[in-house]
Design a protein around this ligand. Structure first.
Ligand code: SDX
Length: 370
């Protein structure tokens, strides 16, 4: 990442090229193994993912204990961490490179199955088993939007849009969730536990949870302010609220992913024949903020979360699922960083603190305390 110049590359490849020309599984391979796969390498990799898409039948029972309306991210965190109970042979991350690779493939393969189950269970619909005839992304869309009562016909517009969004989210240096994965993994905790922790970190509204917040903020403007963005901008300047989807710790000119997603948003909505007034509100909000001295002085620009939710909504995802989709995209990045750390046998993560309290005090019994 070059935050000043707005550059993002995965292992040397420009994000713009990857988003335009590659598939999500190619990018997964790139992140995990260091180079883009040849056609035969990709076929073997996709074949191994296909072999591990099913989850243990008892996983479905875990859903029975979630109260209705529980947030998809809480469910995802629990389900991913619970895989450690179903695969006790994966608990030792130092067993062998082959064993680690199997754990990685299992996790990458099962994540779409679990994410789709969360959406299906949320609607009270029967879950769909994965179908080996579909590729990774199509399979996810089939399990999410397919129906036991009808044939599923993949829509190339939706599959392409999903691939693009997943690629754009795949890795991003030491963001909050990735650092969490690394620090948990540095204790030699297993992969499922480490990724469960990453999902927890991603959930927060200042990180991945912002994509849900953006959509809710746009809906708020539509429903309360007659589509006028002025009040929300004024409240953000008064520190009464955050302008979700704006600002970044590293990007100080623009987030290259936001540019790609904004363009994709226009194209995809047009291709799907969707007219969503939220897109107009988002564009007006962006325009108002980019021309306001508060945002200019603080170098606050739209980030990856600003336009993504409008696309997810057009594809048919419910708003609380948005951060699960971020997690699905980020998974290969988290896993690759965890794998790199294990391979380098890095030391345990152990930040120190600057303590500013009392240095030393005599102990006072409870009766004598004032
Ligand atoms: C992601 O790190 C990554 O790489 C993350 C990510 C990834 O791919 O992993 O890119 C994904 O998490 C994107 C960010 C999603 N979050 C949001 O959209 C939430 C809104 N954004 C902010 O909370 C904030 O901008 C952060 C958390 C993204 C960055 O915070 P920083 O770098 O700590 O900046 P800051 O909070 O110190 O802000 C500096 C100033 C402050 O004002 P002053 O005290 O100087 O007066 O800018 C203000 C802030 O109050 N500010 C905002 C604002 N973001 C910062 N004011 C209004 N709205 C905002 N969104």
């Amino acid at each position: 990442m070059d935050g000043e110049k707005g550059i993002l590359r995965y292992r040397g490849y420009n994000i713009e090229d990857l988003a335009e020309k590659s598939s999500f599984t190619e990018v997964m391979y790139l992140l995990l193994y260091g180079s883009l796969p040849t056609a035969s390498q990709l076929a073997v990799f996709e074949g191994s993912l296909t072999q591990h898409t099913l989850v243990h039948e008892n996983i479905v029972k875990v859903f029975e204990v979630f109260p209705a309306g529980s947030h998809p991210m809480g469910q995802l965190m629990t389900l991913i961490a619970s895989l450690s109970s179903f695969y006790p042979d994966s608990l030792n991350p130092n067993k062998s490179p082959e064993a680690t690779n199997l754990t990685i493939i299992r996790l990458l393969a099962k994540m779409p199955t679990l994410a789709a189950m969360i959406q299906k269970k949320g609607k009270g619909h029967p879950v769909l088993y994965p179908q080996n005839k579909y590729d990774y992304v199509t399979n996810f869309l089939y399990m999410t939007f397919g129906n036991v009562t009808e044939e599923f016909t993949p829509d190339p517009v939706i599959t392409d849009a999903m691939n693009k969004l997943l690629i754009l989210h795949a890795d991003h240096e030491q963001n909050c969730s990735t650092s969490t994965v690394r620090i948990v993994g540095s204790s030699h905790a297993n992969l499922y536990a480490s990724i469960g922790a990453g999902i927890a970190a991603l959930w927060g509204p200042r990180h991945g949870g912002a994509n849900q917040e953006v959509l809710e903020m746009l809906e708020y403007i539509r429903d309360n302010d007659n589509g006028n963005v002025k009040k929300v901008v004024a409240e953000a300047k008064d520190k009464k609220r955050l302008l979700f989807g704006f600002g970044h710790r590293v990007y100080k000119n623009f987030d290259p992913r936001a540019k790609i997603i904004k363009k994709a948003c226009d194209n995809i909505l047009k291709k799907l024949g969707v007219h969503d007034p939220l897109l107009e509100i988002a564009k007006e909000l962006e325009e108002a903020a980019l021309n306001d001295p508060y945002f200019i002085e603080r170098k606050l620009y739209p980030n990856v979360d600003f336009y993504s939710g409008i696309i997810y909504k057009a594809l048919g995802f419910p708003t609380p699922m948005f951060t699960v989709l971020f997690a699905l995209g980020r998974l290969p990045g988290w896993v690759s960083q965890w794998k790199e750390m294990r391979e380098r046998n890095e030391d345990i993560g152990r930040p120190r603190q600057i303590y500013t309290g009392e240095i030393q005090r005599p102990f006072v019994g409870i009766k004598e305390r004032k």
